[in-house]
Ligand binder design. Structure first.
Ligand SMILES: *Cc1c(COP(=O)(O)O)cnc(C)c1O
Length: 471
């Protein structure tokens, strides 16, 4: 193909610029709105509705591909010189509505441009957010040679079991990446000591699943930026209703949107949300300029973990009430945590909202209900719905308690409107083995409880009768 753009293609590129400008205008308008308004509307406004037969809701484009007006249109769109969606693995209008909503919500209060990529699952998002940084060193050649040293990443082991396995099995064992776990992630000096010339990114999770560990995002971001590295944060448990890491210096946020964001549990989804102009020691300029877009149109296009438009719509619909839900469920979770904290058959409660919890002071700094006011001009603190606890009497007692629940469902899931419990050591964090669980601080007799939207008294009553079998 010739590199000279034909006049026909050029006309489409010009039309594309108008479309992009109109969307940028819409995005700028929505950025002036409050969080709830963004959650309810995203960028789907009256004009978009009228262009879609007046449909009040974002339509689900269950179509694999886009039809083009002519070959010039096709060439302009497929070469990404004008907005288009081409093929659902690459992009899709319904997925686009979701991505724009996620970027607006996660970027709320952040002074700068933010973009998002929606993946088929949270693990798809963690993979797409991290793997581009593990490429061969393509930085400028120095002293006649380029480093062929093993790349490394520095990460908290207090993370989701799937992330632990991705890093240790897929990256370390299969690809030779060095994974440097920080045994005490609260200690910033411990992170600093592990960074060297071959480090590619820092990776954190807060509050972590299942130990509710809270790290100092701002201090970690400062450290990462001193070394020209990006800080990637998994913020699944908090959601943007309670915490927006980009506002505290993080560069990339990943989510299992399958969890609290998609409360109905009707679809799996993931997200990579990034601010523009991130630091990175490797990769082309496009990677730094707009990481989420780069990830979407290049690595994700080739790896293929794209989300179904149907799941995207399920998610859009659930996101509309995120703030109210996180507020209400956090209230419930706090009552449950306080109940557990005084129960004689409970050894230890992990909940960042408890004043005696490790990391409570950091949780107070970072976790607040968006757009709330406690009456004295301060935001209300809310700590989410995930509460973990260890049972007195060890593994047998722990399993007996889980088996005794009559209302709380036994499942490896969280973020649901229904209360759900699991034992991480035999489910979410089973594959990583005893050594991996020790590193992650996951005891074998820990129950992870997702507090749902039932009345707190009923959840507490179920816990009370179940805990009676322990001790
Ligand atoms: C569940 C989870 C993931 C993985 O997400 P999936 O949607 O299940 O692929 C990643 N991080 C955290 C914190 C999670 O809870």
């Amino acid at each position: 193909m010739s590199d000279v753009v034909s006049s026909g293609v050029q006309a489409y590129i010009e039309r594309g610029k108008e479309l992009a400008a109109a969307e940028a205008h819409r995005r700028a308008t929505m950025r002036q709105m409050k969080f709830d308004t963004i959650a309810v509307h995203g960028i789907y406004g009256m004009e978009a509705a009228l262009a879609n037969q007046g449909s009040l809701n974002e339509p689900i484009y269950l179509s694999s591909a886009q039809h083009f007006e002519c070959s010039d249109h096709m060439e302009a769109a497929v070469s990404l010189q004008m907005p288009g969606w081409i093929y659902t693995r690459i992009a899709n209008p319904t997925v686009h509505y979701l991505e724009e909503t996620l970027a607006l919500m996660e970027g709320y209060g952040f002074d700068g441009e933010v973009s998002a990529y929606a993946a088929a699952s949270g693990m798809g998002a963690v993979f797409i957010a991290t793997s581009p940084f593990l490429m061969l060193d393509d930085s400028p050649i120095q002293n006649g040679h380029r480093s062929m040293a093993r790349p490394n990443l520095v990460a908290t082991p207090r993370c989701y079991g799937g992330t632990f396995m991705l890093f240790t099995e897929r990256y370390a064992k299969e690809r030779g990446v060095e994974v440097r776990w920080v045994p005490e992630p609260e200690n910033i000096d411990a992170w600093a000591a592990l960074i060297d010339d071959n480090t590619r990114f820092l990776y954190g999770e807060l509050p972590s699943n299942p130990t509710l560990n809270v790290i100092d995002i701002q201090a970690l971001a400062d450290l990462a930026h001193q070394h020209n590295l990006p800080l990637i944060v998994d913020s699944t448990v908090a959601t943007p209703a309670l915490l927006r890491p980009l506002c505290h210096g993080a560069d990339i946020v990943v989510h299992s949107v399958s969890k609290s964001m998609t409360v109905s549990g009707l679809g799996i989804a993931g997200a990579v949300v990034a601010r523009h102009n991130i630091p990175s020691r490797v990769g082309p300029d496009e990677l730094r300029e707009n990481f989420a877009l780069y990830a979407k149109v290049l690595p994700a296009r080739d790896f293929g973990p794209s989300i179904s438009p149907f799941n995207a719509m399920m998610t859009i619909n659930d996101l509309r009430t995120l703030r109210q839900r996180m507020d209400y469920i956090s209230h419930n979770a706090m009552q449950v945590a306080q109940f557990l904290d005084q129960h004689p058959n409970v050894e230890r409660v992990y909940y960042p909202g408890l004043a005696n919890a490790e990391g409570h002071h950091l949780a107070r700094r970072y976790m607040q209900l968006v757009d709330s006011n406690n009456g004295t001009g301060e935001a209300e603190h809310r700590y989410g719905h995930l509460v973990s606890f260890t049972v007195r009497g060890g593994v047998a007692a722990c399993r007996a308690v889980l088996d005794q629940f009559q209302l709380i469902m036994r499942a490896t899931d969280l973020g649901r409107i229904k209360s759900i419990a699991t034992i991480p050591a035999i489910s979410t964090h089973q594959q990583q083995g005893d050594g991996g669980r020790d590193l992650a601080g996951v005891p074998p007799h820990m129950i992870r409880l997702n507090v749902g939207g039932e009345h707190a008294a009923d959840v507490i009553a179920d816990l009370e009768q179940a805990l009676a079998v322990a001790g």
